[in-house]
Ligand binder design. Structure first.
Ligand SMILES: [Zn+2]
Length: 149
């Protein structure tokens, strides 16, 4: 067993967004796998774990390490990032990623340079990514739906 400590970036506390430190025990091989993936993606273990957790719980923001900085830069500049209340999912665009991302459905890592799907939305919103397999299995937001008449 192994304990990960200091999962938040304590020195970077925004007043409007409190961060807590979560301590958790993980098996040693999981710890090594997390470190290996973080290194291959060029992100910190803390960032990787946070992104996976946010994605698993459905807080789909700051999934992309590169995107997170853009969002924070926008906040600093006083302009709010696009937050359309309910953008409709129009489809999935296959692309070669220029950033590291995480599949929103299966949490699979999507490293920069690999092919993945990016959501096309009806209004501006934070980017959403899926691996191509998840798009094939479930192209909609809410599972297979009955066709309209
Ligand atoms: Zn997936």
């Amino acid at each position: 067993m192994y304990t990960i400590v200091d999962m938040s970036e304590g020195e970077r506390r925004d007043a409007d967004r409190k961060e807590r430190v979560i301590h958790t025990r993980v098996a040693e091989d999981l710890d090594e796998e997390i470190k290996r993936r973080a290194q291959s993606l060029g992100v910190s273990v803390s960032n990787l774990v946070r992104n996976i957790l946010q994605n698993a719980i459905g807080l789909v923001e700051d999934i992309v390490a590169d995107g997170a900085e853009a969002v924070q830069a926008a906040r600093r500049a006083g302009t709010s990032p696009p937050t359309a209340s309910d953008p409709r999912l129009l489809g999935w665009q296959s692309a070669v990623l220029a950033v590291n991302a995480v599949c929103e459905r299966c949490n699979g890592l999507l490293p920069r340079g690999t092919r993945a799907a990016i959501a096309l939305l009806s209004s501006p919103a934070p980017p959403r990514f899926r691996c191509e397999r998840c798009v094939e299995e479930e192209p909609t937001d809410h599972g297979p739906q009955a066709p309209h008449d």
